[in-house]
Every structure is written in C-alpha cells, then in structure tokens.
Write a protein that binds this ligand. Sequence first.
Ligand code: RP5
Length: 156
Amino acid sequence: MKIGVVMGSTSDWGVMKGAIEILDRFEVEHETKVLSAHRTPRELEEWVKDLRERGFAAVIAAAGGAAHLAGVVAAFTTLPVIGVPIKGSAFEGMDSLLSMVQMPSGIPVAVVAVNGAKNAALLAIEIMAVSDDSLKLKMDDFRTEQAKKVLSSTLD
Ligand code: RP5
C-alpha cells in the first residue's frame, strides 16, 4: 500500500518535506504531487480518481490560504484524506485551518495542526498499520524511542 501526498504549490514543500521524512523512516511507499484545487482542478481529479485501484491507502493534502485542496481530494475518493493547513503570509494559517476543518457533513477530512506535516504522515501510517502488523511494530518502536528521549532529557 502507498500514501499519496499532494500540495497546492511548490511553496508548501518546505513544510511537507517533514511528511516525506516520516514516510521514508517507516519505509512506506509514497507518491508526491504538486496539484492545485484552483489552478489545476482537472489534473487533480485525474490523479485522485483511481488512487484506490492503484494501491493507495490514504492521501495527505496540504494547502494554504483558501485551502480547498483536501476537501476537493475527498470529494473524488473514499480513501481517508488528511489535510495539512499551511501557514501563509496572512492570518497565521488560521485561514487554511478553517478552510480545511470546516468540511460540510458527508465528505470528511481529518485535519492536523497548522504545518503539521509530520503528524499527517504518522496518522496515515497508523491507518495503514490497522491491517499491517510489521508497520504496527515499527510504530510501537517509534513511540518507545520518543518516550525514551523525553525521559532522558536534561535541562541546562
Ligand atoms: C495555496 O496557495 C498553496 O497551497 C500555497 O500554500 C498558497 C500559496 O501558493 P503560491 O502562491 O506560493 O504558489 O494554493
């Protein structure tokens, strides 16, 4: 199974690299695209429509401003869609957050924090791990390692 990662602009890449790092760390296959709900709506539909048939488990969609991308992706697939609101130059990312999180009933988008690319990848992996025991073990190791870091941390 694979994870799709789509972002509205190359300007989102600086944040979205964080998701790719996590997917690589867990050795999860992924396909990354720059496609926009506004600027390339037809190409976006074309990419999304057969993701399930192509073996994808979930889609991460990142956008800033009037961030319709995740909602539009969700309109074209019944795969789980995880939205990453990107912090733009206005409103500290609140505009993107509200655009993604306030999806009308019937077409869900799971939304992580503003610029929360890493959590989006972790959530996507957790979705895959429901039916993948080796991935579940990797997630357990990740959590253990994270806890160890906290417990061994010191203050200056
Ligand atoms: C959104 O508009 C993109 O996702 C990006 O976060 C924002 C700004 O895009 P650019 O003007 O930098 O291409 O569609």
